[in-house]
Design a protein around this ligand. Sequence first.
Ligand code: ZN
Ligand code: ZN
Length: 264
Amino acid sequence: MNESATDWRAHFLGVGARGFNAPASPAWVLEQGGAPLLLVDCGPDIPEAYQAAYGCLPAALFLTHAHYDHIGGLEALAFHLRFADPPAPPCRLFVPAPLVPVLQRRVADYPGTLAEGGANFWDVFHLIPVSAGFWHRERAFRVFPARHHLPDSAFGLSLPGVFWYSSDTRPIPEQAIAHAGHGEVLMHDCRVEGNPSHSGAADLAREYSPEQRARMWLYHYQDADAAPELEALGFRVARPRVPIMLRTDEDAASILQTPVIPGA
Ligand SMILES: [Zn+2]
Ligand SMILES: [Zn+2]
């Protein structure tokens, strides 16, 4: 398929698996026409991996939840933004509202953001708390709860008609039905064996339809050796720096033109 200026891709900087020459934390970039539109999650080493890929700092970031492998690069990103030369504009930071106090405690409250003073952690971000969804670059994204530890602590993301991203989660087929019923590419947490935090291959086989699994790519498997194991079970598997083609604007046109989230 030839790529056009409007084609959407998912570019994983890390897939949440050890053993690749890439960050072990899962984070990916929504690209349109090869240009980065939104970074999803910011674990350790992700700011550096992002700069290596695009030669700039992220202009927009969505956080799914506050585990270290998803926010551990936030402080480094704040420093990169503060000392960028030439100065960088604030990064639009979309955060599900229940996570704002968690981030305040885990990252922003640390006393003395700068030793010399005169700085607040949030100065370099344009913090946008979100509930059911948000607008970014004229697109209406949707946010929905995942099943990953306590209720209201982890959230998935979708752009109707284009993609649906589970975030770290046990199976949530009801959220795929609600937010990915139009051929969207699904990206799902999965390892070979599931556990109380994460999905396993047998969980996905049981909980999702064959049609949904045919649209699915897996991430957050335990290590690089698990990738061929999951492929042998019939799944497609995301790898770092190997772009995943999402639905095109043409595919998605009828969905994108539909207002989906009042006021969000
Ligand atoms: Zn997690
Ligand atoms: Zn994780």
